[in-house]
Design a protein around this ligand. Structure first.
Ligand SMILES: Cc1cc2nc3c(=O)[nH]c(=O)nc-3n(C[C@H](O)[C@H](O)[C@H](O)COP(=O)(O)O)c2cc1C
Length: 189
């Protein structure tokens, strides 16, 4: 699949078949993450591949519900984590990205979120190209997930995605028009 096609056809998948993923496919998807660019090539990311269903259930319980008006709605990611054969959890080593000569070089502090996002999007697009589904998940209690996974001090859990064969064809969620989000020469013009 062409890169542009993978970008445009990818959708967040929240329903999965139980079919397993073979090791070669998993390695290909992880390789795509490994080749992402990062601040001064520091590669602060770490990935935990979770297959154990009791660990997956524990993590699924760390997802935070959404507020819709006065009601709380389950995070659809919880069910997806339980259904999919694999969960990939992205962690970051803190205090590595965004540094120059040992100190944070910009007024944006630690760039770990940016680096991990690049790697996770590579992974998600590689998965899409191979017929696999994913959904970036961010609405969860990161410290609880870190505890479950034994993530050491100096690292944090940034995001995660289930990985599996899709059991749905979600509708395309619309995007803003380019005219709303792209400016030329100055902001707003
Ligand atoms: C940083 C980030 C965090 C997200 N967290 C969640 C989440 O916790 N639960 C969920 O169901 N979807 C989550 N999503 C998926 C978005 O809702 C989804 O990407 C968006 O609605 C666009 O739909 P699409 O991915 O199908 O194009 C997250 C996406 C991103 C990029």
């Amino acid at each position: 699949m062409e890169a542009l096609e993978a970008i445009k056809t990818r959708r967040s998948i929240r329903q999965y078949k139980p079919d397993p993923i073979d090791d070669k496919t998993l390695q290909t998807v992880l390789e795509a993450a490994r080749w992402a660019p990062s601040w001064k090539n520091t590669q602060c990311w770490r990935f935990i591949v979770v297959r154990d269903s009791s660990i997956k259930t524990g993590i699924a319980n760390c997802l935070i519900k959404s507020k819709r008006g006065d009601t709380l709605v389950d995070n659809a990611g919880s069910r997806a984590i339980i259904q999919a054969p694999i969960l990939i959890v992205a962690c970051a080593e803190l205090g590595k990205s965004g540094l120059n000569a040992g100190v944070f070089a910009t007024d944006k502090g630690d760039w770990y979120m940016f680096d991990v996002a690049l790697a996770m999007q590579n992974l998600v697009l590689a998965a899409q190209a191979m017929g696999l589904g994913t959904v970036h998940l961010g609405l969860f209690e990161a410290k609880k997930v870190a505890e479950i996974l034994g993530v050491p001090e100096g690292f944090c859990v940034v995001s995660m995605t289930p990985l599996g064969y899709p059991d749905q064809e979600p509708r395309t969620v619309p995007r803003k028009e380019l005219s709303e989000i792209v400016f030329y020469d100055k902001f707003g013009t």
